[in-house]
Design a binder for this molecule. Structure first.
Ligand SMILES: Cc1cc2nc3c(=O)[nH]c(=O)nc-3n(C[C@H](O)[C@H](O)[C@H](O)COP(=O)(O)O)c2cc1C
Length: 224
């Protein structure tokens, strides 16, 4: 079982969010998972230009570190997303990565994967940011098993109980993967999204050839 944790704070080892991502990985490691921490800000990832080349060919026009991290995500059974709250959203670095994944969304490439999210805030917004990251996991076809968000304020000690919760989340993530745990309510939402993208790719089949071929090869639709 492979689980990767991606932190998107630009503060490197000083990042408080990093501590939560690492705590999740520690918990998962305790359940026997092979874990890897990735600092997104060590990578060079260009903006999506909306050219649509990936829909057509599966290739991106950019030659940067996206292919490397995307391969890591594809290989993983579990994905932990981490972001500090930046103006009630995720960091630009994480958003830039997610924007590059529209092809993966259309193809529902994360079907069968599990994930979770962690966030820290100065004062507020951590729950919205955790919910956003988990929603993105759903959009990619994965099941999100939970999250930990903490508003730290003036009390850095708030990270201690949050870290303990994050470690428990890591245990839970690994257990969910091992058991292929079912989340009926979320699976309904994921199934609705899959149906939406199945229709979208079918309507665009003459242009989005790579995506149509992907769905056909996965046996999810019959070639028309
Ligand atoms: C550009 C920027 C925007 C921020 N926006 C918010 C915000 O909207 N709400 C908030 O509570 N904290 C905000 N913060 C504070 C961070 O969320 C907080 O310090 C967080 O714990 C930093 O995490 P890190 O140590 O992992 O980088 C912001 C910080 C920066 C640099």
């Amino acid at each position: 079982m492979k689980i990767i944790g991606i932190n998107s704070s630009p503060r490197g080892k000083e990042s408080r969010t990093r501590r939560l991502v690492e705590a999740v990985l520690e918990g998962a490691g305790g359940e026997g998972a092979e874990t890897e921490f990735i600092d997104l800000c060590d990578l060079r990832i260009e903006y999506c230009t909306a050219c649509g080349t990936c829909y057509i060919s599966g290739e991106c026009i950019h030659d940067d570190d996206f292919a490397w991290i995307f391969e890591k995500m594809l290989e993983a059974d579990g994905i932990v997303l981490g972001s500090p709250v930046y103006l009630y959203g995720v960091t630009a670095q994480l958003k830039t990565l997610l924007d590059r994944m529209a092809d993966a969304v259309h193809c529902q490439m994360f079907e069968g994967k599990y994930g979770c999210a962690v966030s820290t805030a100065g004062g507020a917004g951590e729950d919205e940011v955790v919910a956003y990251m988990n929603r993105m996991l759903n959009l990619l076809g994965a099941v999100a098993i939970g999250g930990v968000g903490v508003a730290i304020g003036a009390d850095i000690e708030a990270l201690v109980p949050a870290g303990a919760n994050a470690e428990r989340l890591g245990h839970d993530l690994a257990s969910a993967i091992r058991e292929r745990r079912s989340y009926p309510e979320q699976e309904g939402r994921v199934a609705e999204l899959r149906e939406h993208f199945r229709n979208l790719v079918t309507w665009n089949r003459d242009l989005w050839r790579h995506e149509y071929d992907y769905w056909v090869e996965k046996g999810r639709i019959e070639r028309e």
